[in-house]
Write a protein that binds this ligand. Structure first.
Ligand code: ADP
Ligand code: MG
Ligand code: ZN
Length: 473
């Protein structure tokens, strides 16, 4: 029997506010344990939470970026659970009136676009972190009270590729709106995967398991692949999938049962009497909407429709806002969009990767790339020297025109000089010359390569091509 996979995600995103969600403690990753704490986020009896307005605003920004409806009324609830990472024995979260609802996101994979429904986004407090060392356990409450949003999707994913694309799209949107850096490796984005399988064509959803402890986007893809096979095997053997929470072990590449699935009633949700409900007027929502920057989807559309770029380029260029800004600023200086795109998609990421830098650390200024492209367009240098100059600018800075002058990289287009080299090389290599005349046209490439090399890559490749052909024929 053929099976199809159904996946829904619950994604936790830490919001990059200055302070925590219910107190004035600093919201900072990586500080010494228990230094950003106070009686409120340590859950001392008698303390009272005060909702951070910024956390609400960030949640609404996220909701608007993911095309959600923002209700005017929402409230905070207590979700009971007992564990030392949250000493109150309940988490302040949202239950039946979340901050945002009914959104959607379009994701792109090699198989084409696909729409993922967003069920809801609610805000809540993060718990502290347990640290296990030498047989003892410690609690670091720095993370306790860090503002989180939980984004719950509809069970709309069909495969791991769509999940990967969704998480990348989510990260890119959150980066654009300045809400979070969404680094799974640092825990600022955490993702639970709900997954089930069903016979192809069946309407009813299969029984799902929920996968926890997924620490990277690629781990999510591996966990999905493993778990769907496991479930199919259980069904093929005549068994039943048990609804449960399973833990992904990335080293072993397997999931294993962790606990039975808890139901909503297990949490004894009830409205938090210490916090007033959140009222957002239509004016306030419109104000937040107006403050959003141009988002990746709108940029992508503009790049293809107005700049004539291929969809593929538009997607890559808009993934990070720093990359998009560099691209746009260079084009604004008059450089042709497609040529800028080639540098920004290929040369720049390669150099950044080699240097261990992020797009935000790009040392090249738009004027410098525009100048490299102008030198190529004017025929002052050929296009491969252009890449060389760009690399030099990346490594040591400087003015491209100056670099070309100092290093003597000007393109040689003097037919006489090129012809002399061509003559000599053809005379020295009678065998490939003969091959060419016998119909092996590949021999042409051999000579062009040799001439370019002899002229230190500076010759005009078109002229070389013409002269080699003339000489051989
Ligand atoms: P709970 O709150 O108990 O975790 P929800 O019904 O809110 O359950 O669903 C949580 C997540 O599980 C959502 O992302 C939803 O899309 C997904 N989901 C629900 N049913 C299935 C299923 N049969 N297969 C895969 N995912 C599912
Ligand atoms: Mg759940
Ligand atoms: Zn505090």
């Amino acid at each position: 029997m053929k099976y199809e996979t159904v996946i829904g995600l619950e994604v936790h995103v830490e919001m990059d506010t200055e302070t925590k969600i219910f107190c004035g403690c600093r919201n900072e990753f990586g500080d010494a344990p228990n230094t950003n704490v106070c009686p409120v986020c340590l859950s001392m009896p008698g303390t009272l939470p005060v909702l951070n307005e910024k956390a609400v605003e960030y949640g609404v920004r996220a909701g608007l970026a993911l095309n959600c409806r923002i209700p005017n009324y929402s409230k905070l609830d207590r979700k009971g659970y007992f564990y030392p990472d949250l000493a109150k024995a309940y988490q302040i979260s949202q239950y039946d009136y979340p901050l945002c609802a009914e959104g959607s996101v379009e994701v792109f994979t090699d198989a084409g676009p696909h729409t993922i429904g967003i069920t809801r986004i609610h805000i809540e407090e993060d718990a502290g972190k347990l640290v296990h060392e030498a047989g003892e356990s410690f609690v670091d409450y720095n993370r306790g009270g860090v503002p989180l949003m939980e984004i719950v999707t509809e069970p709309d994913f069909e495969n791991a590729d769509q999940v990967r694309a969704f998480l990348e799209t989510l990260r890119s949107n959150m980066e654009y709106i300045g809400v979070s850096d969404c680094k799974m490796e640092e825990g600022s984005m955490r993702c639970d995967v709900n997954i089930s399988v069903r016979p192809e064509g069946q309407d009813k959803l299969g029984t799902r398991t929920e996968l926890k402890n997924i620490n990277s986007i690629s781990a999510a893809a591996r966990a999905i692949e493993y778990e769907r096979r496991r479930q199919i095997e259980v069904l093929e053997d005549g068994g039943e999938v048990i609804q449960e929470t399973r833990r992904w072990d990335d080293d072993k590449g397997v999931t294993s049962a962790m606990r039975d699935k808890e139901e909503a009633h297990d949490y004894r949700y009830f409205p938090d009497p210490d916090l007033v409900p959140v009222y957002l007027s239509d004016e306030r929502i419109a104000q937040i909407r107006d403050s959003l920057p141009e988002l990746p989807a709108a940029k992508r559309r503009r790049y293809t429709e107005e700049l004539g770029l291929p969809e593929y380029d538009a997607r890559l260029l808009t993934a990070s806002k720093d990359t998009a800004r560099f691209f746009e600023d260079t084009v604004a200086l008059g450089a042709p969009a497609k040529q800028v795109s080639n540098y920004v998609m290929v040369e720049l990421p390669r150099l950044l990767k080699d240097a261990g830098l992020e797009p935000a650390d790009n040392p090249v200024r738009p004027e410098q790339l525009a100048s490299v492209l102008r030198l190529v367009a004017d025929g002052k240098i050929n296009s491969s020297v252009g890449k060389q100059v760009f690399e030099e600018v990346f490594r040591s800075g400087g003015d491209p025109e100056q670099i070309v002058k100092e290093k003597g990289l000007e393109q040689v287009d003097d037919a006489g000089a090129i012809e002399a080299v061509v003559r000599q090389l053809v005379a020295e290599n009678p065998k490939p010359a003969e091959d060419y005349r016998n119909g092996n046209k590949k021999a042409l490439t051999f000579f062009v390569g040799r001439v370019m090399k002899a002229m230190k890559g500076k010759a005009n490749p078109q002229t070389v091509n013409e002269l080699v052909r003339k000489e051989l024929e």
